[in-house]
Design a protein around this ligand. Structure first.
Ligand code: GLU
Length: 421
């Protein structure tokens, strides 16, 4: 009975959630209604259906999307996700979150996002390559180094970015590395990009730990998701002396209160399954979220912290490496409990920040060292965190609302300066 009631009161549609988050910040900023209404809609959404030949000779039709939310400050920017559960509303929400993510760290971009409904785990490498190239061909008319710049997201990799860059370059008749970021280094990728999302998240966590006076080497951590963001965050935090007591992937998690050896977990992830780690106990993804840790890092998909489990979250800091892991209802429960939620648009902004550096390097054709990239990334994330935290104090609000306020203000000023509103 209780579950049925909960389902009726809380939306799990990411697009509806993104709109609620905009409303919360717009109310505090007292933005005019027409501006809020404009920000709640993507400027342009493209749906594509395209054929891909499978290895057995059959042809399958795939559906994909590219949403360009707002380009007042610059070209739209954001990843492409390959996942069986991709929906148009999800891609629209993710493109909105990208606008506000770029806004909070001050990048000269608006937000975009793409997705293809597919399960890359069931495709061969050749099928994956054909699918990636076909999707890029289908969206080529609306992307470009000065229009909309994709990047990796859930289940997409540097190798896929390389194929997509090649397809776009062939279509245009010239090498065009600036069309996409997250590429392999040899074809215009940036030093530091692979680790950037996790590295940015670690910089934000470090600042939050300083705020609560907890030394990083005493902190315990649970990480949900062992992909582009979670796996590297676990490794970087372990290197800083944190005790990683639980990690999980889509199949389930492992838990050891004495701390997991992350290099062994990584090896198992590559060779077989993290479930083969021993001695440790197996836990579900739901149990992992409720562990008694200092830092919880949701680094998988949306809506894992909801009004159903929020009251049982024990972590002092929730650092959202994933996009959209916490619902608005869960947010208010956590906020009342005093949990520090470092919102996705700040906690995982390291990825798009180094994507921006990659794009700048591509446009200049001049490449930077890893040390230079990391130094710039650290400055960007630490300063953005401090600005968000200070504004949250001033307005007596949570970090998410403060982060949105900074972004909304920037985007609104740009739209005003361009005479749109
Ligand atoms: N997919 C990442 C995100 O959600 C990175 C986007 C980018 O680098 O453009 O922020």
């Amino acid at each position: 009975m209780k579950t049925a009631q909960i389902e009726q009161t809380e939306t799990l549609n990411p697009y509806e959630i993104a709109k609620q988050q905009i409303d919360a910040a717009a109310t505090k900023l007292q933005l005019p209604l027409h501006i809020t209404e404009l920000l709640k809609r993507p400027k342009r959404v493209l749906t594509v259906n395209f054929p891909v030949q499978m290895d057995d000779g059959t042809v399958r039709i795939f559906e994909g999307y590219r949403s360009q939310h707002n380009d007042a400050i610059g070209p739209t920017k954001g990843g492409i996700r390959f996942h069986p559960d991709v929906t148009l509303d999800e891609v629209k929400a993710l493109s909105m979150w990208m606008t506000f993510k770029c806004g909070v760290v001050g990048l000269p971009y608006g937000g975009g996002k793409g997705g293809v409904i597919c399960d890359p785990r069931t495709l061969s490498k050749r099928e994956l390559e054909r699918l990636s190239r076909a999707f890029m061909e289908a969206i080529a008319d609306i992307v470009g180094p000065e229009r909309d710049i994709p990047a990796p997201d859930v289940y997409t990799t540097p190798e896929i970015m390389g194929w997509m860059m090649d397809t776009y370059s062939r279509l245009k008749g010239h090498y065009s590395p600036g069309v996409i970021t997250g590429k392999p280094i040899i074809v215009g990728g940036s030093q530091g990009r692979t680790n950037a999302t996790a590295q940015g998240c670690v910089y934000a966590i470090r600042s939050a730990l300083q705020d609560i006076g907890l030394p990083i080497e005493q902190a315990t951590v649970a990480v949900q998701g062992f992909g582009n963001a979670g796996r590297i965050a676990a490794r970087l935090l372990a290197e800083l002396g944190c005790k990683i007591i639980a990690v999980s992937d889509s199949r389930g998690g492992i838990y050891d209160p004495n701390g997991l050896q992350i290099d062994r977990v990584e090896q198992l992830k590559d060779e077989s399954s993290i479930a083969n780690y021993g001695p440790s106990c197996h836990i579900t993804n739901e149990q992992l979220l409720e562990l008694d840790v200092d830092i919880l890092i949701p680094a998988a998909l949306e809506n894992v912290i909801t009004q159903e489990n929020a009251a049982r979250i024990k972590a002092r800091i929730v650092a959202e490496a994933a996009n959209g892991p916490t619902t608005p209802e869960a947010d208010s429960i956590l906020s009342k409990k005093g949990t520090i939620v470092i919102p996705d648009i700040l906690a995982n902004a390291g990825g798009v920040t180094v994507s921006y550096f990659e794009w700048v390097q591509n446009l200049m054709n001049y490449y930077w060292s890893e040390a230079e990239v990391l130094e710039k990334l650290e400055t960007t994330i630490v300063q953005s965190y401090e600005a968000v935290r200070d504004l949250a104090k001033t307005y007596d609000t949570d970090l998410r609302t403060a982060a949105y306020m900074i972004s909304l203000k920037r985007v609104t000023e740009a739209m005003q300066a361009r005479g749109w509103v």
